[in-house]
Design a binder for this molecule. Structure first.
Ligand code: ADA
Length: 580
């Protein structure tokens, strides 16, 4: 198993904690002892027979041979655990000591403790219960799974180590430049053993095998442990969507002249910006067709293995999609890595979907924390062309607007290099269209609305034209209709495959006549599981608007959509990703 599609370190000692863990879940009835299972990590707890509907705390445990991990490492060592995703609230313990608490299944977090020789016991409690402590994971039109659903890694880090490395390419005077930001962390400070960082810390930067700079105290910023420098990179090979060239930057940390740590990040020399109603990728206007995709699979839940991710991408390419929206949360980095390699544009979205039944006072803080983590962790992916936030949240009330304002302000502070967006369905009541760089609309004519596609879309576009969203790029972030796989019906009733194909055809035929559209995402790629609360409007407690069902079996609409996507691409000169 691999946590990324490229090596992220050649110096730091680390090991993925994949394989079987001991998992304990409470007995079925009060007073019954815990049930024990041996469970592969990563996976979801719902994949264990009998636990398909589990909501509770699953206690994951395993031993770790710390001496083996340490190897020949010299100097003061710390054990660093990195969890790429735990559903949805995690408590991390090593040898019984509580080290970390984290909320949100879709972003990574870490835990740190002093290294001690011998065998260590790692325990991670994964809690997927809904309740007042959880504003984002709740009853929803997708499923919140439990467990260690993304990889877990154990590392040895020195007292000062590299926390992250952000690479932001831009062109100036016809030459590619790179803003390099290195964030160092102090294990002493984090574990309460002491303060600060050695002032002799230096970071050597190696771009595609060539040393390009050494960052020293002279590059220190006001932020503790942060170095920053802009490098000119004449002759850099650009990352183009039809030739997605990737570059590797290794940061090597020296303290007192000794090489102690490293981090490798992969990125592409490309720029994204908005120019009036157009989105430019390396100064060329982009247009795309694609799908919303949930991380969901009947066998794997949200813990989709690499092979199954790759299969989804093969299907997306077969359909002629050139973009994907990670509705409604940040995705597994391996999926993003694959998109980078394919030149498949990504709208990556911070976790949140829809209005709340009752406003949870934790909503803003939990959304903001997830946004911070997403942007910090996924900054370097060249395929991500926009950050999305707050799908269909309260952009029609002053209460909601205050949250949108806070989130947009934070997003622009964290990453001014990408345009921003939010998908809205509040027409004509949205009062937030001045905030995003790109206006995005979720529309379901002929499914939820009776009017013709032209009438319904016309009304929405009139509203946008009369709002502060006028003059901005426009994306249809969702359009679709439902069908239950195998349900054929001469009446062409709703939920039949025939009706879905008919509606999608009418929707796309109309949308593709609109010159102002930057892109269209169909809702959705595959049928996905929803929570029980949605049973009344979601037959099978599944969102059945997939173009393939949950097993990835194509519905009738598949061929029609593929054909329409091909026509659109031909009309706009967009190469299909699979031909690149
Ligand atoms: C919304 C929402 C999706 C899904 C969809 C639907 O627009 O953003 O998550 O719920 O509608 O199927 O109705």
């Amino acid at each position: 198993m691999t946590e990324r599609l490229f090596a992220t370190h050649t110096v730091r000692r680390r090991r993925e904690l994949d394989g079987l863990w001991q998992v304990g879940v409470p007995g079925a009835r009060p007073g019954e002892p815990d049930r024990r299972h041996r469970v592969l990590v990563p996976s979801v707890i719902e994949s264990v027979p009998g636990l398909e509907n589990f909501r509770g705390v699953a206690r994951y445990e395993r031993d770790l041979d710390a001496a083996g991990l340490l190897g020949a490492f010299e100097g003061e060592a710390f054990l660093h655990l990195v969890c790429k995703g735990v559903g949805h609230t995690a408590e991390v313990y090593v040898d019984g000591a509580h080290l970390a608490h984290h909320y949100n299944a879709y972003t990574a977090f870490d835990a740190l403790t002093a290294h001690t020789p011998g065998t260590r016991t790692v325990r991670i409690d994964a809690d997927n219960r809904f309740g007042p402590d959880s504003a984002l994971h709740r009853e929803n039109d997708y499923y919140s799974y439990g467990g260690l659903s993304r990889p877990v890694i154990a590392e040895i880090v020195p007292a000062a180590y590299i926390e992250h490395l952000h690479l932001t390419p831009f062109r100036q005077g016809g030459t590619w430049h790179l803003r390099v930001r290195v964030q160092l962390a102090s294990a002493w400070a984090r574990t309460g053993k002491g303060q600060g960082m050695s002032s002799t810390a230096e970071v050597t930067l190696v771009l595609d095998g060539h040393e390009v700079a050494v960052l020293t105290q002279a590059d220190a910023t006001g932020v503790p442990g942060r170095y920053e420098r802009v490098l000119a990179v004449p002759g850099a090979q650009a990352y183009q969507l039809d030739a997605p060239h990737l570059s590797l930057m290794q940061a090597l940390l020296h303290v007192d002249g000794q090489l102690v740590d490293d981090l490798i990040e992969r990125f592409g020399f490309r720029e994204v910006r908005v120019d009036g109603t157009r989105v430019l990728f390396n100064d060329e206007e982009i247009r795309f067709v694609g799908f919303n995709r949930h991380e969901d699979h009947p066998t794997f839940g949200c813990a989709i293995p690499l092979e199954a991710m790759a299969k989804d991408l093969l299907l997306l390419q077969d359909l002629g999609a050139t973009s994907v929206r990670t509705s409604h949360y940040p995705n597994d980095e391996r999926f993003l890595d694959l998109c980078d390699e394919l030149g498949l544009l990504v709208w990556e979205e911070a976790h949140a979907r829809g209005k709340e039944e009752e406003r949870n006072p934790l909503f803003a803080a939990q959304s903001l924390a997830g946004l911070d983590e997403m942007v910090t962790q996924h900054h370097n992916h060249p395929a991500i062309f926009t950050w999305g936030i707050l799908n269909e949240y309260e952009s029609d009330t002053e209460y909601g607007r205050a949250i949108y304002e806070q989130m947009y302000a934070r997003l622009r502070e964290l990453d001014p290099s990408r345009p921003t967006t939010s998908a809205t369905c509040w027409f004509p009541t949205d009062i937030c269209l001045d905030l995003p760089d790109i206006v995005a609309i979720n529309i379901y004519p002929l499914w939820y609305h009776e009017e013709t596609v032209a009438e319904y879309v016309g009304g929405v576009l009139d509203f946008i034209d009369s709002s502060p969203g006028a003059g901005k790029p426009l994306i249809v972030s969702e359009i679709g209709a439902g069908a239950i796989y195998g349900n054929h019906d001469p009446r062409r009733a709703k939920w039949s495959e025939e009706r879905q194909a008919e509606i999608l055809t009418a929707q796309l035929e109309h949308l593709f006549t609109l010159p102002q559209l930057t892109g269209t995402y169909l809702w959705q790629f595959a049928d996905c599981r929803v929570t029980d609360g949605w049973f009344a409007v979601r037959p099978r407690t599944m969102n059945n608007k997939g173009i393939v069902d949950e097993h990835r079996r194509p519905k009738l609409a598949y061929t029609a959509v593929r054909e329409l996507f091909a026509q659109y691409r031909a009309q706009h000169g967009i190469a299909p990703t699979r031909a690149r």
